[in-house]
Design a protein around this ligand. Sequence first.
Ligand code: DGJ
Length: 729
Amino acid sequence: MSIRYIEKIKQFVLETRSTSYQMKIDELGYLHHLYYGPKAGRRDLSYQYRTYDHGFSGNPYDMRHDRAFSLDSTPQEYTSFGVGDFRVTSIRASCSDGSRCAEFRYESHEIHDGKYAIPGLPSVYEGDDSAQTLIVTLLDTAANIRVRLYYGVLDELDVITRTAEIINAGSEIVWLRKACSVCLELPFGKWDMIHFHGRHCMERQAERVPLFHGIHTLSSGRGMSSHQHNPFVILCDHTATEDSGICYGMMLMYSGNHKTEIELDQFDSVRAVMGVSDDRFRWELSPGTSFHAPEVILTCADGLTQLSHRYHRVIRYNVCRGKYQLSERPVLVNNWEATYFDLNENKLVEMAGIAAELGIELFVMDDGWFKNRKDDNAGLGDWIPDSEKLPNGLDGLIAKVNDLGLKFGLWIEPEMVNEDSDLYRAHPDWALTAPNRLPMMSRNQLALDLSREEVHEYLYTVISGLLNKYHIEYIKWDFNRSLSDVYSHSTPSARQGEVTHRYYLSLYRLYERLTSAFPDVLFEGCAGGGGRFDAGMLYYNPQIWCSDNTDAIARLFIQYGTSFGYPVSAVGAHVSAVPNHQTGRVTPLSTRGTVAMSGTFGYELDLTKLSGDELAEIKEQIVRFKELQPLIQNGQYYRLSNSADHSHYVAWQFVSPDKYRSLLNIVVTNPLANSAPIHIRLKGLDSEAVYSVNGEFECDGAALMNAGYTFEQLTGDYPSRQLDIIRIR
Ligand code: DGJ
């Protein structure tokens, strides 16, 4: 049993394999947070909290004679608002009488076997034997707002999930202005924040900063989880390293606007709240209705590596689904950087013929295949094959690709529309545009208003139509602009603040319908690369195109940051041409292969333009990748360098679950003259075992991990090495 309620002291104890979480209902009914961290026994931990009279931190009315008690200094599971806790809040709302305050007190609780699900939203799943759910219901009787706090305890995974349901328990409308999924309090300690910021073509750059007094906000209001701020943050002990030190992870399973606020307060306590962004958010809660916040996946680990391993595992086994969840993904070639919009059947079949000879398994036709799509100014919305580029139709091309022994995959960008399209001409009101205002254009396209049911149905009809009619085994689902001018022409003016979240509810429902109806299709998410690289998308797409930046050196840093929260099996990575189309950099084919192999692996270049030597090397790369694929996809991933400390190389390692096989990768990003040797201590091996290192010598696991391995001098243009470490006894 992972969840206990100790009636005598009104205390909840949640336990996973190596962590404990405690909370307690006090005499007034407030739900105090007591502890989350490494196992700390089951006894009441409230002894840690001593209350003092703090000036300017007021007292609830019924505690007015005990000036030591204040909501402003009490750690809580979900905060009040407007009644004297002046820190960041979990929730804000306004009632029909104009009041904007509420404080929540315990009403009831339930404990169930199994993991709860969230209506309409993706969430971690787990069998009834391996998870338990606690629901604590809190109520404010003046505002008539009920909050149900959900805790999913996944014992073996060392994960606790949280969400909140906000219910209007009264008889008047309540306007919800903010509704976080979680409030996590760290009352003691010195913490650093690691977050993953970036931009298009440079996503998820890891940045570690000590918390300073004030509020740190990480958010996206772009209508997507975004290239700029991933909905994932780590709070770690100031001294934590990859190998040790308390680290908390908070990952929001959501693809739309989000916000995380982390406050280091006047008493050196940390409060972190995370959820749907409250910017431009306003949700009408009519009597009896509820709002479900998206899920947050929490873990507390010893060191950053353990934290990442927990997220990798939960995402692979409890978030991703379907036929390709755990199975090996096909090596693909995508024609985007080979042809851009200038594609035609002859060119594609020529590429596919070479791909088949090289051992590639899937041919993906990217943007440009549908009518009027000669560039990015027209065509989105009309998903009809271009009869000039594809004179034998889509089925003609697919038949030729299949005859070569390759699967066929198709790019779509269903959520978008160009003004120059039949769809827009017929339904201009289906686009998100504000009244009496010319919309902001981005890539000359508009976003469809997916909050409208007829748009949802249109997209289901179009996509299911393509998948029913043609033998398509893979879909790349793109999304190439941020949402602005968010206004739905079918929603009453007072409810426009609901549109972005309703868009995502509809998108998730669309994905659910399609992935259920077409379970054999591999879906790869994409948003101008990794603009929607989040756990919400991974529930439907087991892999996501990680970045539009295919430069191997830039990718090292993107994939490094991504690895903190997301498994290698989720990372779409391809070998592309040199000079690289984004950076102009020239890197060796071997280095490009090494970097792309730490992902789903594929090619994105014009195979018809390669030399015989390059084709031969690619053929070998594919044989090697297929042999390494089980290790790379299923193995534990170790970061062996820290991009903040190691300026001239990046190294990482895979270790198979049985520790029989390992692969060490290193890429020199800045060759140094007359430098100290690069020396690396390996991780995760069996210290008692003897390994062969590249077939060149034998070495004990303990020696490789403690004494380490020294590389020969690596100079030249971005050289890389892969070390094969195989257990021999
Ligand atoms: C952005 C994607 O990330 C690229 O890979 C490519 O599919 C283009 N869109 C096509 O427009």
